[in-house]
Ligand binder design. Structure first.
Ligand code: GTP
Ligand code: MG
Length: 199
């Protein structure tokens, strides 16, 4: 798929304030600092489209970006950032849960996982919650440039394999790097395939 145009639409503090539009939405979620905003910029070939930061907790609102005037990429705040107060964390979790469970236009959630680390409890709980809630999702491993290709692949496979203790059917997964654009075509083709089924 070719992205001809990517534009920021709006930042929303709640589901109720999200755009009044019926176009398909693809949301990006994961721990704070995992690389959600960077991945959106990489997919769109558009530096600075989504705000990134070396400091965790940058994204605190639901951010919509319209692509080719046809569908949206949605940048969500990270979950589980310990330095946020409990009140802020609860508020963010509620906002994220409401968006994910109730947004009718949401066709797929991409859960981002830092490829360097073993499966963390917070990520696993989030993935289990999506599965239990019947939300369609896929896994995107980020920061693959920080490992050798072989190590990246074995880490991703091991992470996916661990899901088998509970899940029979595993979600699709992608290995990516926003630094060197690994996985860009694969993720965009996947979105394209889903979009084609919606037409
Ligand atoms: P929050 O909005 O705070 O939840 O973070 P985020 O998940 O949107 O992460 P963001 O894209 O802001 O990136 C966090 C940090 O990781 C930044 O310093 C990025 O430059 C770096 N980063 C993101 N993706 C990659 C990647 O693929 N490779 C490398 N080496 N660094 C990355
Ligand atoms: Mg962000």
């Amino acid at each position: 798929m070719i992205i001809k145009k990517s534009e920021f639409t709006i930042s929303s503090p709640s589901l109720a304030k999200c755009p009044d539009d019926t176009k398909a939405e693809y949301a990006f979620i994961g721990r704070s600092n995992v690389g959600k905003s960077s991945l959106i910029n990489m997919l769109c070939n558009h530096k600075g489209l989504a705000k990134t930061s070396a400091k965790p907790g940058k994204t605190l609102l639901i951010n919509h970006f319209i692509i080719n005037n046809e569908w949206y990429l949605v940048d969500l705040p990270g979950y589980g950032y310990a330095k946020n107060s409990k009140t802020v964390r609860n508020k963010l979790e509620q906002m994220i849960a409401q968006y994910i469970l109730q947004r009718k236009q949401l066709v797929n959630v991409f859960v981002l996982i830092d490829i360097r680390h073993e499966q963390q409890k917070i990520d696993r709980e989030f993935v289990d919650w999506l599965g239990e809630s019947n939300v369609p999702f896929s896994i995107i491993f980020t920061k693959a440039d920080k490992l050798s290709p072989a190590k990246a692949k074995s880490n991703a496979l091991l992470w996916m394999k661990k899901l088998q203790d509970r899940w029979e059917v595993l979600p699709p997964y992608f290995i990516t790097s926003s630094e060197d654009k690994t996985g860009r075509d694969e993720v965009l083709d996947y979105i394209d395939q889903i979009n084609a089924t919606l037409e």
